[in-house]
Design a protein around this ligand. Structure first.
Ligand code: FAS
Ligand code: PHB
Length: 387
């Protein structure tokens, strides 16, 4: 087999890149380790920046999002029971789209099917070869061993994939911060407690009220890294969530059985460079942000944007785009890293934090409540910096 761009990973990065490249007349093959059902069973992000919304429309995969997604003009910040609003439209004239990553991935799979794109599932032992020469990919499945020759490889295989490791350790620089807590998240078929998201800082710990649609709520609470999902009954979750939200919010909370419950660790991670010969890293394969700023999925989208531009230019005879890919992507990544780290540091309770550090957190929130300029800076970052 031969193609122009081999894409490792059939999550949102890989599928969006494949869809956009094919629409530009560039052939791809996507190699995904898991089954389609497994990929679509993951519950992850929920907030889409305008950049991603526009890319999905450009990819011909935005129709259901436009029908079923919800545009939000702002969000709420709460501190030990007091709540104030950040008005994105007033602060920076932008909005966010609330539409689950699971649905984005489903829409991309449907668009890939409609296009007749090649997505190979349950590809085992994927390996990358000759990345600085004539690259090719090998894998194994029920039918046996396979080889795919290509011009380029896009490593869209997430944090635990193989692509990042294909870049020699002597070339790679990794930057990491692991946070001393995780997020316990649940999905429940209940009406969201508020029309917009609520990020709540509380002495008991952080909590987030989000949603997928008017009948499906997505809620999170900060938990110690030592907690396991089985430690948390639904009742215990609801009681703790209520305790961290303002009283009027807690009073109107509708609870119900969880249909998904999981704990995600929080880390900030970046690997540099994002290119090695004919290999380009994209999305979680290259970076991880704590979900506080809702940047993970959205950074994957801006990587796809830069890589798409570079590859399209290359096939038209101009190699500057792919040469600049890593630098362009990292410039935006580090801004999102800063924002996600800053919001996480402000909103969570850190074990062993000094009284001074706690006062700094209170002061950051007080500044946001008081200053339209501070809210504008938060709104510009939350709704997404320009590509
Ligand atoms: P993904 O990890 O989504 O996809 C990579 C794909 O590659 C997977 O399908 C995997 O099976 C496949 N793969 C891996 N190794 C392979 C191999 N060797 N061969 C072939 N295929 C391979 N972001 C937010 O903005 N908000 C959130 O609330 C949020 N919650 C999250 C919760 C969890 C538990 C996790 C892990 C992430 C969360 N994220 C969140 C971030 C998440 O949304 C990512 O940013 C997003 O999935 C990035 O998409 P991809 O880069 O495609 O990586
Ligand atoms: C979600 O709805 O899953 C969500 C929303 C905003 C975040 C993180 C997660 O910052």
């Amino acid at each position: 087999m031969r193609t122009q761009v081999a894409i490792i990973g059939g999550g949102p990065s890989g599928l969006l890149l494949s869809q956009l490249l094919n629409r530009a007349g560039i052939a791809t093959v996507v190699l995904e380790r898991k089954s389609r059902d497994y990929v679509l069973g993951r519950i992850r992000a929920g907030v889409l920046e305008t950049g991603l919304v526009n890319l999905l429309r450009e990819a011909g995969a935005g129709a259901r999002m436009d029908r079923e997604g919800h545009l939000h003009d702002g969000c709420h910040l709460a501190q030990n029971g007091r709540m104030f609003r950040v008005d994105f439209r007033e602060a920076c004239g932008k909005q966010v789209m609330v539409y689950g990553q699971t649905e984005v991935t489903r829409d991309l799979y449907d668009a890939q099917d409609a296009m007749g794109a090649t997505v190979i599932h349950e590809a085992e032992d994927v390996a990358l070869h000759d990345l600085t020469g004539s690259p090719y990919v090998t894998w194994r499945d029920a039918a046996g061993e396979h080889r795919l020759d290509c011009d380029f490889v896009a490593g869209c295989d997430g944090f635990h994939g193989i692509s990042r490791q294909a870049i020699p350790a002597s070339v790679r620089t990794e930057f990491e911060k692991v946070y001393p807590f995780g997020w316990l998240g649940i999905l429940s078929r209940t009406p969201p407690v508020e029309d917009e998201l609520i990020y709540a800082a509380h002495d008991r710990g952080f909590a987030l009220a989000s949603m997928r649609n008017p009948a499906l709520s997505r809620y999170y609470i900060q938990v110690p890294l030592t907690d396991r999902v089985e430690d948390w009954s639904d009742e215990a979750f609801w009681a703790e969530f209520r305790a961290r939200m303002p009283e009027d919010v807690a009073a109107r909370l509708v609870t119900g059985p969880s249909i998904e419950k999981s704990i995600a660790p929080l880390r900030s991670f970046v690997t540099e460079p994002m290119r090695w010969g004919k290999l380009f890293l994209c999305g979680d394969a290259a970076h991880i942000v704590p979900p506080t700023g809702a940047k993970g999925l959205n950074l994957a989208a801006s990587d796809v944007h830069y890589l798409l531009e570079g590859l399209v230019a290359h096939y038209r005879g101009d190699g500057r785009g792919i040469d600049a890919y890593s630098q362009r992507a990292l410039a935006r990544i580090w801004q999102a890293m800063r924002f996600s780290w800053s919001l996480t540091t402000m909103m969570h309770r850190f074990p062993g934090a000094s009284d001074y550090e706690r006062r700094m957190q209170d002061s950051e929130l007080a500044l946001l409540e008081r200053s339209a300029t501070a809210r504008q800076l938060l709104a510009e970052n939350y709704t997404g910096l320009p590509y």
